[in-house]
Structures are given as C-alpha cells and as structure tokens.
Design a binder for this molecule. Structure first.
Ligand code: BGC
Length: 753
C-alpha cells in the first residue's frame, strides 16, 4: 500500500483570503475533508494511510488517530511523508465516515523568521487511502478523489508559531461522523509522497503536568507547570456561549510575576477559545509552544474544570539512565533530557519557543552523542539525514535543515554535520546503512569544503565557536580544525563500506600540515590562544596531549578557572580536560554554581538548558531578547561526558560490538558515587561505583557475548573479579590529575572522539 498514485484533494476555505502578504500572523480557517462509506461485512483489518500539504489530524467516525503535526517538517518541495494507522477498532458495521482536519503547518504557515508560504500556497491538500480487509478475504480501498466532501469547522485560525483559535460553537470531530450532512466539493491536485517507515516514532502528546495556581479568579489564572517544555495546554472550561478565553504561554516570569514573552520575538504562542456554553474540551491540533508558565484570561467569568500541560515530542524509547552523588549533576542531566525532548519535534530544532525552531546543524551534531545515550535516535536521525541531504547543493550543506531559504551553506562547524552525524550514528548503532544512504551528501560536503580551502586552510564560518564568552577562536583555526576532522570521519566511514577517496586523503594530509605550520607555535600554542582552540585542536588530533594540557592549564589559571567556551568548544571541553590530566578542572566546572557554567542556570531555577551562559544573570537580568532561549539543548552536550567519562560507557567498536569501560573519576573525590546504564544494540551495559576510604569499588555488567575492555586511566586496580557477565574492581584513588600533565606529547591522528 502506498499513496503514490492517489489523488490529492483540497479547497479554499476562505476564497477572500489575501495571500499577497506573507507577513501575517494567521491564514485561512482549517480545511475539513471527509468521506462516508458503508461496511457490509465483518472486517479483519482496516489501515488508514495519509499525508497532507499542511499538517493533518485524521479521524475515523469522530475518533482521532494517534498523531500530532503529521506529516512533519520537511522541505515540501522535495519530500512529503505519509503515515499508516491501524484503525480496525474504529470502524463500525454499516455507515462510517473518515477524513481529516488540515492546518497550515510548515507548508504554508509561518516558518522561522521567513513568515508564511515558505513551501506552498492555498489550497491545503490531503491524500489518503483506507484499506479494508474483510474476513472473507475481499479487500476494499477508499481513496481521496473528487467524490469527497469539504467543510469548515471549529478551527478558525492555526499556526505553529502563533497558536490556534477554536470556536466551540462550530463542529469539529462531528464532521467525521456518518450523520454529518453539510459539505462542499473538493478539487484534485498533485504532489509526490514518500512513505514513512511504519515503526518511525512520530510526534505525540506525551508527559502531562499538573498546574500550580499562582493567581486565580473567575476570569484569570496564572499557572506554573514546574517544567519548561515544548507542549500544549489541555483544558476543559465552561462559560457563557461566545465567551473568549485566551491562553498565553511563557518560559519564565519577570520580577513582577508577569509572563516574560519578549524572547519569543514574533511568535505569539497564544491559543484562543470561543466557548459553546457547554463543557469545552480543548487541546490545540496545529501548534506547539515553548513554556513552563501559562496564563488563562477570559472576557467573562469561566470555570476551569480541568487544566494540564502536555509535552510534545517524538516519542523515542529511553536507552539511558544516570545518577550520581551530586544533586547538581543529576539536575544538569535531567535538564538536558528535557531540552532534548523539547527540541525533538519532527526535526531536531534549536529551540521550541521563538519564531525560529530550525534544525541548526552545529546544534545537531554537538548534541547527537548525548541524545543517543538518552534515547534510541536511530530512525529519527536517519530521517533527519534526508532533510540534510535535501538542504544540500553543489555549494555545500546548508546551515540547518530543512532549508527555508535564509542564511548560508558550507559554514565550518555547521555543514560538517553531514559527516559528523553519520559517524556518531554509525559508532553508536553499528548500522552501515547510515553510511550507504549518505555517501552522496557526505561527498558533496567534502567537495565544497575542499573547494573553499586554500592550501588546506579553510575560513568559511559565519558563526565560529557560537556564544563563547569573549573568546572568539579565529575563524581559520576553527574552520580548518573542522575541515580536518570532517575529512577524517568521511574517510573512516568510506573505509567501512570498502571505498576510498584519493582527493580527500591528500587534502587531509595537507590540512594537518597546514594547521600545524600556520596555527601551532613551537611551544604548542594555538593561534588565537582560546580554550576552544586547544580543545578542538586536541580533540580532532591536531595537537598533542602535553601541548593541550600545558596551555589549557595556563588558560584556566588566567581565567580564574572559568570557562570561556561556546557551543563548539563546550561539547569537547570536559572530555579534553579529563584526557589531558586536567580532570580536576573538569569536575570543578561541572560542580560549579557560579557564572558561567551549567550550575549557574540551575541555581537560578532552570528546568531545561539555556541557550546562553548568560540567558539570565542576577546582575543583568534576562539576556538579549533578540536571541535568548531557555530551552536550547546544546550546552547539554556535557551529558555525553557523564556517560563516557563519569560512568565510562564507551563503544570500542561500532555498535558496541566491543565495549570499552573507561571511567575518569573526580581527582578530588567530590563526586563519590555514580550509577547508570545504557541499552546498547548488543544489550544493556550497567555501571555502578562508589568511593570510600581512599578507594573505588567499581562494578559493571555487560552483555555476555560481547568482548569488554576496562581502562581506569592512571588509577591502579588493586583487585578484580569476574563472574559471568559481572565485573568488580577495587581501584586506588585518587591518583591522577596534575601529576600526569605533560608526560607525553603524542599527536595522535585520532578520528574517534
Ligand atoms: C540558533 C543556534 C544556531 C545559530 C547559528 C541561532 O539562532 O538558535 O542554535 O546554531 O543561530 O548561529
């Protein structure tokens, strides 16, 4: 079953709607399309497959299928997905009706800062096939065609960024019941469709949160859900017919206790209900908001019979667990996980609240290592790689995907996601399909990267080490380092499928020498002399351990032990410090509560990761509202370090077909225990350790059939036991730290991070 040759249908819900001005908050009312049919005999199975030019909510006999914002965010001019639902239980004997309410979505609604009609104009489109298998073996199909009906209903306005207006005096799910009579003819149209894998974990309404009422009277309520999230409100209200209820959302409140929405920029994040006079049950269908607080105000008294917040995200299976003796670290972990959920909405977005919500590629690759510990992101990232591919031209990879026409291509540290993401995916899941499916996009990226490098030095980076603290790494250092790293990953991945690339091999060699000759002084100082410069150069294999250790120790002494790294340096900072004998600094940073650092946001009440180290400071209040999100996952990339360094769970070969357990303890033993597990493709890996009386007791449990290697760095093993799949060690502590600095200066041309 596929929708490939099935007709699209649609009609103009408001023929007077002025499409000439794309800069308007809402479009025309949602489009309702439906079809009635009769079931004559007993059914074995009924499957509904549908897609939309827009976003749809599908119904069978008034019952919704479980989905949200389908078919999701893609470049509609290149790819539109369809999805299948088992609707057997929703079909009744005799008269039935099914169809969909279709909203503007990314297709013609507001997208990021580029306003409406990015991918198409009205009419919206719907395409579906209902396949009924009868018990006697007969198969009947009902497809969209000119024999369907269309109508208007309760959804009067809808926009992903701005919100939804729902008039309860008008029909909604009733449209999709067999006795609904009003209807108009629909037009046929065309568009290509790609079926989405049936086991893909789509966007859903997930966790629910109860409100704490901060203020309340009969026309007003201000509530706190205790968790910042991407989500929607679900409320049941009763009031006089025609009463208008406005729901506003915010990530935080200001000093006066009012919703702080300046950082939303043009996104209204406001839903409106017009009451029927009965009990009106509202959950928006075609938008989501970034919020923790909400305000409900009405123009006449109303009763709130029910109120909750529902988180909206792709429903991925959890694969990791972590906790340790530091409550602060546990909170960082938890906040990073919530920022992941909030930004896994169809594509990996930068933020869920302002008029942006784009799949920025640096953000994606910097966080992917963490994300794939938290949850099974296999299919999610495989799908996103197709979006990256759609956003790639001969000029290189765009800065984000799906591409909506603004900003650039081939920017160092961003475009490299085209090779970094498949690499991280392959290492984590060991599935070569990610390489084979992306050889072309990787090659295009590498070619564009080589073309814009002169003598191995590349400068194209519009962004550099994003949101660093007064420590810009020179673009040529930053970009050349990524160029070198990307070439190495690309060649490694090609090698895994038995291919090679002579030009890239030569370029890699050239880049290495160019980097060393142009940017590394005799004493190992990296041009620009920034923490990020050393961290990237070390991680990507361009300077040695002693060089990195010496200069990072100096840099941290000069900065009074404060970090200055932005997004890019930030991801590799803690691993680099631990690898170079500076684990004491790494642990001080993660345990610190002063500005700048992870703990500072938590001390100030964060429940998700902030975009900026100074998204809020006690001295200056809220950061620059023109770009300030309280829910950006990038700085949550430190969670990868928690798994790989605090617990030590690392792959020793792609897909954990060999396991490496290599913990790096806090040299000052401020963290005294850690616990965690990761559900790898080869089975569950569990680690638990505690510190007491000058030694660590370290226990691990690994899948029986998989070879395991242990590496405790400079900490000596006093005793070890193994019984079946359980391993136990007594380990000396503390022993590594400052003493190890500068003993080696291997420039290892590593590609494995
Ligand atoms: C996004 C970032 C992104 C950046 C590119 C911002 O607006 O929110 O996360 O990486 O632009 O510079």
């Amino acid at each position: 079953m596929s929708l490939q040759n099935i007709k699209w249908i649609g009609f103009r819900t408001d023929p007077t709607y002025d499409e000439s001005n794309p800069d308007q908050p809402y479009g025309a009312p949602a489009m309702y399309v439906y079809k009635k049919f009769k079931v004559k005999k007993s059914i074995a199975r009924a499957t509904l497959e549908c897609s939309a030019l827009g976003v749809y909510a599908a119904y069978v006999n008034g019952n919704p299928t479980e989905s949200f914002l389908e078919p999701g965010f893609t470049d509609y001019s290149k790819r539109i997905y369809s999805r299948k639902y088992d609707v057997t239980a929703l079909i009744v004997g005799g008269c039935n009706s099914f169809g969909a309410c279709v909203g503007d979505g990314w297709y013609t609604g507001n997208v990021a800062m580029v306003r409406r009609q990015r991918f198409g104009k009205y009419p919206l489109g719907f395409c579906a096939r209902l396949e009924i298998k009868y018990r006697d073996g007969e198969v009947e199909t009902i497809d969209t065609d000119a024999g369907w009906s269309g109508t208007l209903g309760a959804v009067r306005e809808n926009d992903i960024l701005n919100g939804e207006t729902h008039d309860f005096r008008l029909p909604h799910s009733e449209v999709f019941t067999a006795d609904y009579s009003d209807g108009c003819a629909v037009e046929e149209r065309t568009a290509d469709i790609v079926p989405q894998e049936s086991d893909f974990e789509g966007v859903r309404l997930c966790e629910s949160f109860k409100p704490i009422y901060l203020r309340r009277n009969e026309m007003y309520a201000l509530v706190d859900f205790g968790q910042n999230m991407a989500g929607v409100l679900h409320t049941v209200v009763r009031g006089e017919r025609g009463t208008r209820v406005t729901l506003r959302h915010a990530e935080t409140i200001d000093k006066e206790g009012a919703l702080y929405t300046e950082n939303f920029r043009s996104a209204r994040n406001t839903d409106t209900l017009i009451l029927s006079g009965g009990e009106d049950d509202f959950t928006p269908l075609f938008c989501y908001h970034g919020f923790r607080y909400a305000e409900l105000s009405a123009d006449a008294p109303v009763e709130i019979l029910f109120l909750e917040a529902r988180a909206v995200h792709n429903e991925l299976a959890d694969t990791g667990k972590f906790d340790c003796s530091s409550q602060l670290i546990d909170t960082i972990y938890r906040n990073a996980k919530w920022s992941m959920k909030s930004n896994f909405v169809s594509v990996p977005t930068d933020c869920p609240q302002r008029d942006e919500r784009l799949g920025w590629l640096a953000d994606v690759h910097l966080f992917a290592g963490t994300a794939m510990y938290f949850a099974d992101c296999d299919k999610f990232y495989r799908r996103f790689m197709r979006d990256i591919s759609d956003a790639t031209t001969d000029d290189g990879v765009a800065d984000y995907a799906p591409y909506v026409g603004i900003f650039g291509h081939n920017n160092g540290g961003w475009a490299d996601c085209a090779v970094i993401l498949p690499y991280l995916h392959y290492r984590r899941y060991g599935d070569k399909r990610i390489i084979r499916e992306n050889v072309e996009v990787m090659r295009k990226h590498i070619r564009a990267s080589i073309r814009t490098a002169a003598g191995g030095v590349r400068k194209e980076s519009a962004y550099g080490d994003w949101l660093n603290i007064g420590a810009d790494t020179p673009k040529e250092v930053f970009c050349t380092a990524y160029h070198y790293y990307g070439l190495g990953l690309y060649l490694y991945l090609l090698d895994q499928i038995g291919e090679t690339d002579f030009q890239a091999t030569q370029e890699r060699e050239k880049t290495y020498h160019a980097f060393r000759a142009n940017f590394v002084s005799k004493d190992g100082a990296v041009y620009g002399d920034t923490q990020t410069g050393y961290v990237l150069a070390y991680t990507f294999g361009l300077i040695g351990e002693a060089e990195a250790a010496k200069h990072l120790r100096r840099k941290f002494t000069e900065s009074d032990m404060k970090l200055t790294t932005g997004f890019n340096g930030g991801k590799y900072l803690l691993p680099t410090l631990c690898d170079t004998g500076l684990g004491d600094i790494a642990y001080s940073l993660i345990l610190g509560e002063s500005y700048p650092g992870w703990g500072y946001s938590i001390r100030n009440g964060a429940t998700t990761m902030w975009e900026r180290w100074n998204s809020y400071t006690l001295e200056d209040g809220f950061g620059d509202a023109s770009m300030n999100s309280f829910n950006h996952y990038v700085f949550g990339s430190c969670v990868e370090w928690m798994y790989r360094y605090m617990l030590g769970i690392r792959e020793d070969a792609p897909g954990f077909s060999r396991i490496l357990i290599a913990p790096r303890f806090d040299p000052a033993a401020r963290v005294t225990s850690a616990n965690g597990e990761f559900e790898s493709r080869r089975g569950k890996i569990r680690v638990q350790w505690t510190y007491s009386g000058g030694e660590y007791v370290f226990e691990a449990r690994c899948p029986r059939e998989v070879p395991v290697r242990f590496d405790f760095g400079d900490n000596a093993v006093r005793k070890s036991w193994q019984s079946g799949d359980e391993y136990r060690f007594r380990i000396d502590a503390p022993s590594f730290g400052a003493g190890a600095i500068g003993q080696t200066n291997k420039v290892v041309k590593r590609i494995v991070v």
